[in-house]
Every structure is written in C-alpha cells, then in structure tokens.
Design a protein around this ligand. Sequence first.
Ligand code: SF4
Length: 296
Amino acid sequence: MRVVTVTEEEGQATEGAAAPRRRPALSPSRASDFKQCPLLYRFRAVDRLPERPGPAQVRGTVVHSVLEQLYALPAAERVPETAHRLLQPTWAKLKELPELAELFAEGAGEEDWLASADELIDGYFSLEDPRRLEPEACELLVEAELPSGVLLRGYIDRLDVAPTGEIRVVDYKTGAAPREIGEAKALFQMKFYALVLWKLRGVVPRQLRLMYLSDRQSLAYQPDEAELTRFERTLDAIWQAVMRAARTGDFRPSKSRLCDYCDHKAFCPEFGGTPPEYPGWPEPDPGIETPLDRVD
Ligand code: SF4
C-alpha cells in the first residue's frame, strides 16, 4: 500500500541525494520480502497489489510520526504530555487517507486503539529522555551505491551523532509481529542502514539500537567492517536474484509461517490461487518505501 507520493518523500531529509531518484533501488523492506518469498516481493514491488494496513501497522506509523514531531521541538518541550497531545492531530491527519477510511467502522475500537498508542509513547519515555538528546536527523532518507552498481535506499528513524563523530542508528519497533520473527528482520534492516552510512560517511556506525516500545526494552548491536562487507555481498546476491526473476517473471512462492501475515493468499499458488499475469518490470522504481512499509 502506498500512502505517500514520491514528491512527498523528496520533501523529507535526504542524504546521498545526488543519486538519480527514480533509478531502481533495493530497500530493506523489499529485500526482506524477496528473502522471505520472491512471489511476495513481486506482488508488492512489481504488481503493487493494494494492501489493507491493520490497526497495529497504522498505530506504528502514527507513533513514529509523533516521535519525529517531538524531536522537531525545543528540547525542554519533549515531555510525555507534549507527545500525548500530538497523538490526536497526527491521527486525525492520517485518517483522511482513503486507504484508512475503513480502519475503524463507525469509530468502533478507535478509542482503545488510541489508548494503546499512548501506551507505546509511554513505553518510549520509559527507555530514554528525549530532552537529553539532539539527534542529527529523524526519518532520514539515505541512498548509497555499492561498487557493484546496486543502489540501496532506506529511511532511518533517528540518527544520533556524538561530538566525537560516533554514529548511532536508532529504530523504533512498535511490534505487531512476534518478537522472534521481527528481530531477525530488524537486524537485517539495521545492517542495511549501517552499510549505507558506512558507504556515505566512511564511518561504521558505533551502535545500532532497536527500541521495542511495547516491551519497553532496547537491543543494542555493534556492527564491524568485516560483517558489513559480508552483508554487502548478501545484498548484491539478493539484487542479482531479483534481476534474474524480473527478466523471466519467475518469482516463486516460499511458504512459511509468515504467510499468516500475507495479504495476497488469494493470488498465491500455495493457497490455491493464481497470480495475475506478469506485467514486466515496473517503472518507476520499485524500491520506494512508504511509512507503513517501515513499521513492524
Ligand atoms: S501466501 Fe506465503 S507463499 Fe504465498 S505469496 Fe504470500 S508469503 Fe509468499
């Protein structure tokens, strides 16, 4: 599902923006999709079948937006009351999207859902005090090209840079998927950002920090050059596999317990469905992520 246009995305903070904007790129979400199931990748990136975001996914988008707005305020104002006050107007704006019109039929469940978003905000404040932080950027769009020519593109929830130049990448997890499934995907995503930043700035981030707002726990991870070099080869291999499938249209289904979260079972041969006719490689770029893509 797409909730922002390319033009809106271009209005956000951008790093490495010299790269051509419409060139096909690999994003962490799409790379994860392809690893999980090539047919899922095709449905999302090539066919662009619509998806109906669930309440947990939309709640994650709203909470990410509240935290982004919070960090745009002077440090002294970054208190829980301010964040809670931002919640309603943020949701009011988002719910105008036609895709979300039926999320709560006649408002049923909306109040409880908003209360659960408030709990996630409280979870955030239990983990850190934003008055003590001055991030370099929030919702930062980054792009970097690998020597192989593969273009990587993704969004970083928050980038903290210490006076010493050490970089910390922060990602907020608002959690719909079970933690054990989400964690491998989250680490993949964080290594992706670490690699992009290393390419862009010549510095390996000192820390990758995952903040689980629901569990009120943080997970810190320290990447190193050898690991990111191996990861670069992994991404090259994924992109080559995407390109091979793109030429032939042979995107195979790969059944797993994650099929429970797939919106496209009706078109999936593993569940008795038939995919639509392969439309060919899409233009423009299939690598663009939306805010909803980035939430899990
Ligand atoms: S239902 Fe499972 S196998 Fe089928 S497309 Fe979705 S993720 Fe892939």
